[in-house]
Ligand binder design. Structure first.
Ligand SMILES: [Mn+2]
Length: 420
């Protein structure tokens, strides 16, 4: 992503800041796993959105007085010995290029800078990204910093940037949309490779390997989320991700997976019969889910309340399942369908945004993922696309996959050498 994107995002933020304020954002650090191992590092998404920096520990500070903003980035001091072990850390020039921030300092200067600011100037406001999912949520560096500031400088008003930046991120720029589109394209290609190699008796993780191969071949090193590759009954467990079962002849296989491309995520669900042919019953259920998915796509346009997609899905499924005699009254639907039909998609797979209140706006990307799960029949089906809200309607970013039962059967008959 070009530095202009991050410069624009900061400019937008600066307009919302009060004078006499200090803003601080943290890239974060990888969590400790065990012994000398850490969990993989992912930069704080709001930090990335404002700076373009993907390296751990880096800290961004902006001060605003008399309408003038001064920005600084604090990076690690180069350490030749650590570089022999872990590679070089980001240089001042690289940090400038990535972020468009001119003033690069070393992290060991941060404390004296902050102290100097609070000692010598009349600060009134502190801004930080204070995301917290619950009271017990482990404190992040920003929360610790804000807590210390509240103790040492109790006259400061502390403001949470999390909702502000979340709101910015709802509408995607054209560059962001292209990255999400590319993530979707690579994800779809990975799914095609699974279809082309599936065979009854394969382990779920073996099927998964065909997806992973395509991602790595295309330069994608990260997944959007842990891959769900679930056969038969496992497909009725919503977030099954052990992927250790066996796809037996006659089983449906449910995939819910995504490539992460340059920090933007794809998210597709796809269901197919491992033997290449749907049973009559599987076809009936699949068609209901597919018709629902198509109807939702048609509804996606600016101005429609996000919740209307859920209301529609519930009444559509309730009606259809009563028609085939699976349920007797709408209240029984929760036995077979029990999740939301859509979420925002972007830097986070379940992207930020206030789902309950919003109406869709142009530039938003949302998923469309109805599903039905019938444990007693070992039938789990979900169909998921990524959809861009355009000025006058929608564009499906993940189109091009075989989606009807006929298309899926034909695709497998034409491309799967293991079955023919
Ligand atoms: Mn999804």
């Amino acid at each position: 992503m070009d530095q202009h994107f991050f410069i624009q995002n900061r400019k937008k933020l600066y307009e919302t800041l009060e004078d006499q304020s200090l803003t601080i954002l943290f890239a974060g650090e990888p969590a400790h796993q065990s012994s000398d191992e850490s969990y993989p590092f992912y930069p704080n998404r709001n930090f990335y959105y404002l700076t373009g920096i993907t390296e751990p520990k880096v800290i961004f500070v902006a001060t605003k007085f008399n309408g003038e903003v001064k920005e600084k980035l604090f990076i690690q001091r180069a350490d030749p010995w650590m570089a022999r072990w872990y590679g070089e850390t980001i240089t001042p020039n690289e940090a400038q290029d990535a972020s468009g921030i001119e003033d690069i300092e070393l992290l060991d200067k941060l404390d004296s800078f902050i102290n100097g600011q609070f000692d010598s100037r009349d600060y009134r406001h502190l801004y930080a990204d204070l995301e917290a999912k619950s009271w017990e949520f482990p404190a992040k560096p920003a929360n610790k910093f804000a807590a210390a500031a509240a103790t040492n400088y109790p006259y400061l008003s502390i403001h949470n940037l999390y909702p502000v930046l979340s709101n910015f991120r709802v509408v995607k720029s054209p560059e962001e949309i292209e990255l999400i589109r590319e993530a979707g394209k690579i994800t779809a290609d990975g799914i095609r490779n699974v279809l082309a190699n599936a065979k009854p008796g394969m382990k779920e993780y073996q099927l998964e390997a065909y997806f992973n191969f395509v991602l790595k071949s295309r330069g994608v090193t990260e997944f959007a989320f842990p891959t769900i590759l679930a056969s038969g009954y496992n497909g009725t467990v919503l977030h099954y991700s052990a992927n250790t079962g066996t796809a037996a002849d006659g089983d449906l296989v449910l995939l819910d997976l995504g490539a992460q491309y340059k920090y933007y995520n794809g998210d597709i669900s796809f269901t197919f019969p491992v033997s290449g042919k749907f049973t009559k019953r599987q076809k009936t259920i699949y068609d209901i889910v597919h018709r629902c998915n198509r109807a939702i796509t048609k509804k996606i346009r600016p101005g429609i309340p996000f919740q209307e997609l859920n209301t529609f899905t519930n009444s559509f499924f309730a009606k259809e399942l009563q028609k085939i005699g699976l349920i007797n009254k709408p209240e029984e639907l929760r036995k077979y369908y029990f999740h939301g039909v859509s979420h925002s998609l972007g830097l986070d797979t379940h992207d930020v945004g206030n789902y309950r209140d919003i109406k869709l706006v142009p530039g938003e990307v949302v998923t469309n993922e109805p599903g039905l799960y019938i444990p007693e029949e070992s039938i789990g089906i979900r169909i998921e696309d990524d959809v861009l809200v355009t000025d006058d309607g929608h564009e499906v970013l993940t189109s091009g996959l075989p989606r009807t039962t006929e298309e899926i059967e034909a695709y497998m008959a034409d491309n799967n050498k293991n079955l023919n």
